[in-house]
Every structure is written in structure tokens, then in C-alpha cells.
Design a protein around this ligand. Structure first.
Ligand SMILES: O=C(O)CCC(=O)C(=O)O
Length: 512
């Protein structure tokens, strides 16, 4: 079975090169990013080989035999049971069929699954059942290997379900790129070549002044080693400890709230494209012990949003997720900078500077929304290779337990957990980015852009007034410093001015 899946893989990779949509996307990216050069062709040839992909040992077994559409060309029957079993609905795209099925409840999905092989495959699509679980059971579910069986066991205790994630039938001659891709993304191991590039600067035991001068002031990422040595969390935080101290407290997990015990059970068993991620901004208020198990590393202690007291936007999160979970490309809120400390596990980071939009990412002109590939693994499959020959390549690293990454303001970043991981992150404003943050809060569409607080529109006035009261004159000083710096950067050097004048003179005398 596994070797059959592997041969399908190389076929889909070959087919992808010819995909017109991809080509259109690449043209778009080229327009946005002048550093994209012709060398891209080389990537496509490389991608075309489709080599080196491997499937997780624990790949989900609910593919139901779905094959990529390209395989239809090689099949002797030339019949796609996707179409024959959908009847008149066959003209709809897979996404649209699934959108329509998304309106059904569990009973109707179950009944419709018996109509044809095609409906069987569509109605067993796990994300449909995931949505039903999250809508009807919310965070109180007990995950038992697949979303469908989790749903059925919650509502129909008497109904026999397989709870090992496998669900029955393999359908022959069903070809669909969309469904295959969804299964593939849940099943792929991270490729070695996606992990091995490590070009971030690393520092150990250096002073705050050096950090400010070399990284915070020039707004450059850095990975800090050995600065969590006195964190109790590093010693204590494992599943058992966290479950014990957090008991029945519920934490934010995507659209629902879950107890840690139930979340860890889910995280242990799940194999899906976009696992639910625990990301809670109130963890230290909910369980004060968690807040006292760590301290802010010395480099990030100046945090000017603290002048707002309880009115400051959300600023600290505990983050827990299984391998494959993570954060797709985004820029951090309110133009803040951040640090992210790994307590358990490891995270792959990819960061692009503020002036380089990552391939496959399409922010709206006002910056309020960002369109991204469906999942992080899909970004690696379809877009990672595109950056290989860019002049401005991303900064990349794997951040391991005990290490901290500094994410400067405005940088795009993507993170994927390589194993089950626990981390703390904080966003902050120091004097180095105070003016950026004030500018951001003052934007005309602040009501859409500002996040982490209810009072989005008045945040600018409140923050500015609070800074003036606690640090009088600071804003004016920073403005003058910034103006001086800008003037210095603009002023032509002696040689530039001499050359310009001479060129002008020559031209003039030549013309006369
Ligand atoms: O998933 C992670 O650990 C990264 C979190 C992140 O990017 C963020 O908090 O901005």
C-alpha cells in the first residue's frame, strides 16, 4: 500500500508542474517581488523530479483509495467514479461539493454516504466531521482517532465505530486532486531539504546593549541560546505537570475552549493537515503558577505597552501543538516585535523581511487580510522551492527547547512544529519600535487592523497619553532622532555630489 502511495506521489508532483493555476500564481508573485528571477525555471525542473517525499508511518488511513486526477490518464477504464456517482452534481468543483455537504448534519451525511461510491468518499471527508464536532460538541469532545468516529461516539453510543482512524471502504477509480492533496498534506513527512537550511545568527551570553545595537535597532532576527536557564518551566513543564496544575481550566484551541487533558489526548492521536493549535493569551491569569514558571528574558524587559495596565492588547500566549501544527505566514499584531521561547519540542521558522512578501501569500492592499495556501505543509510543497534562487532569501532555523527567537516588527513568519511542542511567546514595544507602533495605531483603518483589544479605535490616543505621562518627552526625542537618521541617510556623500555636478557640467558644456 505504501509503495503504491509513493508512486502516486511522484505522479502528482510531475502533474503539478503543468498546473496552470500555479503558473498564474507565480506570475503574480513575480510582479510583487522583483527579486524573483528567471532562475525559477531551475526550481520547476527540480520540483518536476518529485523525489524525496516520504509518508509518515502514522499516515491517516482514510484516503479511501482516492487518487490524483493525473492517474486517470494511466488508468485502463478511463472512468472516474467521482463523476458517475455524483450524478448532475458532477459539474461542481470538489470544493463546492464539500461546501454544500457542509450544510448537512451528521445523520444526513451518513445517509448520503450510502447513495454511491462517490458520495461515500465525499461524505467521509474528515474536515466535514471536524466542523460538526466543533460546532455541536465544541471543546468537550474526546478524540478517538478520526473526527467521524468522535462525532458518532458522542451522539450514538450504541453505534459500532472503528476508533483507530481507519474507516472502511477503499473506492476504486476515484480521481480528485483536491481530496488527494488534503490526504497527502496530512500524510507527508517534512522533507530534509525543508529543514536543513539554517542561516539565522545565533548568540549566547551577550549583553542587552549588544542585542539592541546588533539586532533590535537594525530590526534583524536572532536566535538566543542559554538565556532560559532559570526558567522553572524548562524543568517542570510536561503533559503530566500541566494537566495536574491546570485541572479543569479551559484554554483557547482554535474556535473552542478545551481542558488540557482532552487536548493532549487529541494531540497524541491526530493525523491531519491542519491540527488544532492551543494558543491562549490568558493562561497566566487562568493559572497563575504558569505565569511564575518563567520570566521575561533580559533582552525584552522594556515593554512600553505595560503603561496601559489592564487595557493593553493581548501580549503573551502559551502555545501547545502536535507535530505539523503551527502558524501560517503572518506579521505580528500592532507592529510589535516578539520573542518565542521553546520549552519542549522544536519549531521550524521561515522569516521574510518586511519588504518581501513570501511566495504564495497575498495580503490585501490595506494589510487587513492575508490570503495564504490552505496549510503550512502545502506552502512547503508548492512555494518553498521558489525562494531558492531569490536574492533576498528568507532567514530560517530550527528553534529547539531552551532557545528563544527574536522576531522583529514587520517580519513575515511561518512556524511549523516538528514534534509536539510547548512554547511561550510575548509581543512587546520597546523604544526601538515605539514610533512604528504609534504610526500603526493611528492608521485610518485602525478599527480593522488593530488587534488583541476591544477598544481598537482609541488605542492610539490612550497609548500616546499614557506614554507622555509616564515617560515625558520620550516621543519627541525619538522623533528628532529618527529625523536626524533619515536626513543622514538622504544626504549625498561628498563623492556623490562631486560626480553629479561634473556629469551635469559635462553634459552642459557638450550640449553648448
Ligand atoms: O506557532 C508558533 O510558535 C509561532 C507563533 C507566532 O508566530 C506568533 O505568535 O506570532
Amino acid at each position: 500500500m505504501l509503495s503504491c502511495k509513493r508512486s502516486l506521489l511522484s505522479q502528482i508532483m510531475r502533474r503539478k508542474k503543468k498546473n496552470k493555476k500555479m503558473t498564474r500564481k507565480k506570475t503574480l508573485i513575480r510582479n510583487q517581488n522583483p527579486q524573483l528571477e528567471e532562475e525559477e525555471t531551475a526550481d520547476e525542473v527540480e520540483d518536476d523530479r518529485g523525489e524525496g517525499f516520504s509518508l509518515k508511518d502514522s499516515a491517516p488511513s482514510y484516503s479511501h483509495g482516492v487518487q490524483p486526477l493525473g492517474n486517470l490518464l494511466l488508468s485502463s477504464s478511463a472512468c472516474n467514479s467521482r463523476n458517475t456517482g455524483l450524478g448532475n452534481l458532477r459539474i461542481l468543483t470538489d470544493e463546492l461539493v464539500l461546501d454544500i455537504l457542509g450544510f448537512l448534519d451528521g445523520t444526513h451525511l451518513g445517509v448520503l454516504a450510502t447513495v454511491s461510491k462517490s458520495f461515500y468518499v465525499f461524505c467521509n471527508h474528515e474536515p466535514l466531521w471536524k466542523n460538526l464536532v466543533l460546532e455541536y460538541i465544541k471543546g468537550g469532545f474526546s478524540f478517538n482517532g478520526s473526527w467521524k468516529s468522535t462525532y458518532i461516539s458522542a451522539f450514538y453510543h450504541y453505534f459500532p465505530v472503528l476508533n483507530n482512524g481507519s474507516s472502511g471502504l477503499e473506492v476504486r477509480d476515484f480521481y480528485s486532486d483536491y481530496l488527494f492533496q488534503s490526504w497527502l498534506c496530512a500524510s507527508l513527512e517534512m522533507k530534509q531539504e525543508w529543514l536543513e537550511r539554517d542561516n539565522i545568527e545565533r548568540r549566547r551570553g551577550f549583553s542587552v546593549e549588544e542585542f539592541v545595537l546588533n539586532f533590535e535597532e537594525p530590526n534583524k532576527p536572532v536566535l538566543l541560546e542559554g538565556c532560559l536557564e532559570n526558567w522553572a518551566a524548562l524543568e517542570k513543564w510536561d503533559k503530566e505537570y500541566l494537566i495536574r496544575v491546570c485541572r479543569d481550566v479551559r484554554f483557547s484551541v482554535g474556535p473552542v475552549e478545551m481542558k488540557l487533558e482532552e487536548y493532549f489526548t487529541y494531540a497524541d492521536r491526530v493525523r491531519e493537515e491542519r491540527p488544532l493549535y492551543l494558543f491562549d493569551p490568558k493562561f497566566a491569569e487562568k493559572v497563575p503558577t504558569l505565569g511564575s514558571d518563567y520570566e521575561i528574558p533580559v533582552y525584552f524587559r522594556e515593554d512600553l505597552f505595560s503603561v496601559l495596565g489592564d487595557e493593553r492588547p493581548d501580549y503573551r500566549w502559551v502555545i501547545i501543538g502536535p507535530a505539523g501544527s503551527g502558524s501560517s505566514f503572518h506579521i505580528d499584531p500592532n507592529s510589535t516585535s516578539a520573542w518565542n521561547a521553546v520549552i519542549k519540542g522544536s519549531k521550524k521558522w521561515v522569516l521574510f523581511p518586511p519588504d518581501v512578501v513570501p511566495p504564495g501569500v497575498h495580503p490585501s492592499p490595506d494589510g487587513a487580510e492575508v490570503a495564504c495556501p490552505v496549510s503550512i505543509i502545502e506552502w512547503f510543497m508548492n512555494f518553498y522551492g521558489a525562494t531558492r534562487n531569490w536574492r533576498k532569501r528568507p532567514i530560517e532555523c530550527v528553534c529547539k527547547a531552551g532557545e528563544v527567537i527574536f522576531v522583529p516588527n514587520g517580519w513575515w513568519h511561518l512556524v511549523i512544529n516538528l514534534e509536539e511542542s510547548i512554547a511561550i511567546t510575548q509581543n512587546y514595544v520597546s523604544r526601538r519600535n515605539l514610533l512604528n507602533v504609534l504610526d500603526f495605531l493611528k492608521r485610518p483603518n485602525a478599527s480593522e487592523l488593530v488587534s488583541g483589544t476591544r477598544d481598537r479605535v482609541n488605542l492610539y490616543d490612550k497609548f500616546r497619553t499614557a506614554i507622555e505621562a509616564s515617560l515625558p518627552g520620550t516621543i519627541d526625542q525619538l522623533v528628532s532622532k529618527a529625523e536626524e537618521k533619515a536626513a543622514k541617510e538622504k544626504k549625498p556623500s561628498f563623492w556623490e555630489s562631486v560626480t553629479d555636478t561634473k556629469v551635469g557640467q559635462f553634459k552642459f558644456s557638450f550640449a553648448s
